[in-house]
Design a protein around this ligand. Structure first.
Ligand code: GAL
Length: 351
């Protein structure tokens, strides 16, 4: 029985029982039975290590894999799709048992899933989905909820007496998450935009999540609207940094509400300092730890429970979803500090 047919039967059976159970039947277990504990080999293919969060994901994943006696090969593609497909092919050549991918481009990496599939190697999409492919599992945060919380923050923060003049800076179009963040924001803003309580005075995408691209969008917004801007709904901390740079050059930093995501250290420092208003904390340690456990489970024929699913254009992909938390200057200690994501010393810039 191939791994894929086992998954389909297993997931069909369980979906009747509310929730999906996944298992792997292609021999991993058997090998484990005959030759003692098999050292599981995991391939971890990253888009980039440009944003601070990905190094934290990688380190937490490696730490848990080590505890589980698994070997991990980590490759980072520096946001190059051709290179990332080549990375997956080299992981297959290295005879890994399972591959975990953070795709730069969710469409481009369908090829990676297909070549792994032909080699009988299951693929887990980490944080960002891979579309149009027989993906085995998707593990991520509630990305729509991220967008809702960002937009709701602005609606709660700013008065309703006069229209809120809003600039929107979306993420990278190659990243399906950017579409999910936007759709969560759209949902939360719908009525306010319809009633005129919110006026979107400028809107654009920051290619590759690059801060310099976000700065360019913010400059264009200021050129068009002058200082008549009340808030910037910007999707992650890296791009928020770019937008705030533009605001600073105009003496507007700290006077305009600015959102973010990832609770990067520099962003939390900006929040404490007042230049940025909020961020979204995503407990990446929890996601990465869980992903290492699930990867080992798939490789050794142990069942994996995924209570949700997402259609990736080819199939209903079983999905494991973790929730997120809004961080403001009022709850830094009870969120990112309490969780050990940053220390108070680090935030205060003390050695
Ligand atoms: C998204 C991710 C965010 C942010 C962004 C840029 O896919 O969910 O947390 O980091 O990529 O890397």
């Amino acid at each position: 029985m191939t791994f894929k047919s086992f998954l389909v039967i297993a997931s069909l059976a369980v979906s009747v029982l509310i929730g999906l159970v996944l298992g792997r039947g292609s021999g991993g277990g058997a090998q484990a039975a005959t030759s003692g504990p098999k050292v599981v080999k995991i391939g971890l293919s990253l888009d980039t290590l440009k944003e601070a969060r990905w190094a934290k994901d990688r380190d937490a994943f490696l730490a848990r894999a080590k505890e589980l006696n698994a070997e991990v090969i980590v490759l980072s593609a520096n946001s190059d799709d051709t290179r990332q497909v080549a990375d997956v092919e080299s992981l297959i050549t290295s005879k890994v048992d399972v591959i975990v991918i953070v795709p730069h481009d969710g469409k481009a990496m369908a090829k990676g899933v297909e070549v792994a599939g032909r080699a009988g190697i299951p693929v887990i999409a980490y944080d960002r989905i891979i579309t149009d492919s027989n993906l085995d599992l998707y593990m991520t945060f509630d990305n729509e909820h991220v967008g809702e919380l960002q937009a709701k923050y602005i609606l709660d923060k700013l008065s309703t007496t006069k229209p809120i003049r809003l600039v929107r800076i979306h993420g990278s179009k190659t990243d399906n998450n950017a579409l999910l963040f936007k759709s969560g924001q759209d949902k939360a803003l719908k009525d306010a935009i319809a009633s005129g309580a919110v006026q979107v005075v400028h809107e654009d995408w920051a290619d590759d999540w690059k801060p310099e691209n976000a700065k360019r969008v913010m400059n264009a917004a200021i050129t068009k609207n002058g200082h008549n801007i009340d808030a910037v709904l910007v999707t992650n901390d890296g791009t928020a940094g770019g937008a705030i740079q533009a605001l600073k050059e105009e003496g507007m930093a700290g006077k305009v509400v600015v959102t973010g995501q990832d609770a990067e250290l520099v962003a939390v420092q900006r929040i404490v300092g007042g230049e940025q208003s909020m961020s979204i904390y995503k407990p990446v340690k929890a996601l990465a730890t869980r992903a290492a456990e699930v990867a080992v489970a798939l490789a050794t024929g142990k069942p994996v429970v995924a209570k949700a699913e997402l259609n990736n254009g080819k199939r209903e992909v079983p999905m494991i979803l973790l929730d997120v938390v809004t961080v403001t200057k009022d709850n830094v200690d009870s969120t990112v500090v309490k969780d050990g994501f940053h220390t108070r010393q680090e935030i205060d810039g003390k050695p």
